[in-house]
Write a protein that binds this ligand. Structure first.
Ligand SMILES: Nc1nc2c(c(=O)[nH]1)N[C@H]1C(S)=C(S)[C@@H](COP(=O)(O)OP(=O)(O)OC[C@H]3O[C@@H](n4cnc5c(N)ncnc54)[C@H](O)[C@@H]3O)O[C@H]1N2
Ligand code: MOO
Length: 344
């Protein structure tokens, strides 16, 4: 509440029994663990006699009646204004709900988030307000949420929200109008897949890698255009990589033979095929034996066995970035170790 010189926001506590005919000043939440969490009453709801036991059930013996002073903002309006300042092409805002506005993807394809952490910190440094975001490079599916705004008290000085708007405006000014919060859409790649391993090539065991990689790739809107098979023979692997390159696929994936056995030929074959190796080995677990390289400008990856069975590996981190058009460099790989342990 702020003193604007003339009038202060008035919050009057009224016992619920005396509140019939009055309007609620904010959304009221009910939580029944395991069953329900959400809005029981909406801001502005006209209280009736039938509401009184429901209000008592959620622990409300009093409600607020509010007269907002000029220069103060209701939590819903403050959250909406902050979210509007952050909105740009590809984003949409939810209605305010219990004082919160969600910022979501408006794209019809998956995307990755690009967020400037310094701006997020500067906004949260102001106090009494909250901007929570996902991390840069998080995958956001169509309609998925990447951030939310809220203020902490029921009422904040408008100056607080203006300060947020100014921080965002000055970021946009310095970045050609780009918001500190944006999405990079994923392109649809046609991918060539080479599955190595004598035990699969000979038919001793059934291929489990193809279906696993297909699932991951398709979930991001791309496709495995062709799958080839090879025994653990370096020359054959090189020949098959060249075949896939000659089909002009957008990316080449090679599975199996990525670790330390004598039959693990894949890393050497990828190098012999002419790829520039960005890194063989990735400081993330699972997924440490992953190889990242480029054959000309075509990304090529050697995928270790864990990709077959582990739901989140270094492949899940790098693939979306490649589909978004990022070129992976060594510092990207090095940076994956911090926070890169997904213990099972
Ligand atoms: N002593 C060490 N052991 C392991 C290391 C290590 O550094 N030192 N690395 C571990 C990591 S990390 C991984 S991941 C695994 C697997 O590495 P590879 O990519 O070399 O996998 P393979 O040896 O080719 O196969 C392992 C396992 O998976 C089966 N497989 C392979 N491809 C398919 C397929 N297409 N369909 C079905 N099953 C497949 C294969 O038959 C083997 O049973 O190594 C750790 N060990
Ligand atoms: O590369 Mo392994 O792929 O860490 O489980």
């Amino acid at each position: 509440m702020s003193d604007n010189g003339s009038k202060l926001t008035v919050l009057k506590e009224v016992p619920v029994q005396e509140a019939i005919g009055l309007r609620l000043a904010h959304d009221l939440t009910q939580i029944i663990p395991g069953e329900f969490k959400g809005r029981l009453f909406k801001k502005g709801h006209l209280i009736t006699e039938a509401d009184i036991p429901k209000l008592l059930d959620i622990g409300k013996e009093h409600i607020y009646i509010m007269e907002l002073a000029e220069g103060d903002l209701h939590e819903d309006d403050a959250a909406r204004r902050m979210a509007s300042a952050l909105k740009c092409d590809g984003l949409q805002l939810s209605e305010s709900h219990e004082g919160k506005v969600a910022i979501k993807s408006a794209l019809d394809v998956p995307a990755i988030a690009e967020i400037d952490p310094a701006v997020v910190h500067a906004i949260n440094e102001l106090g009494e307000i909250a901007l929570a975001t996902v991390r840069t490079n998080a995958v956001i599916m169509p309609g998925g949420q990447l951030a939310a705004t809220r203020v902490i008290p029921l009422v904040v000085p408008e100056a607080k929200v203006s300060a947020v708007e100014e921080l965002i405006a000055s970021y946009k000014e310095q970045h050609d109008g780009a918001s500190p919060l944006r999405l990079k859409p994923l392109r649809k790649f046609r991918i060539g897949l080479l599955t190595t391993g004598g035990e699969v090539f000979s038919g001793r065991i059934q291929d489990k890698f193809g279906p696993a990689v297909t699932r991951i790739v398709e979930a991001l809107g791309s496709e495995i255009a062709e799958q080839r098979f090879s025994p653990d023979d370096r020359h054959t692997i090189v020949k098959e990589i060249h075949y896939l390159r000659d089909q002009s696929y957008d990316m080449i994936l090679v599975t199996g033979g990525m670790s330390v056995d004598p039959d693990d030929r894949t890393p050497a074959a990828i190098a012999e095929a002419g790829a520039q190796i960005v890194s063989y080995g990735t400081p993330m677990l699972p997924g440490s034996m992953l190889l990242m390289g480029y054959l000309g400008d075509v990304p090529i990856m050697g995928l270790p066995g864990c990709v077959m069975h582990d739901p989140y590996t270094s492949f899940n981190v790098l693939l979306p970035r490649i589909l978004a058009g990022d070129t992976i460099v060594r510092s990207d790989i090095v940076g994956m170790g911090y926070g890169g342990l997904n213990s099972r």
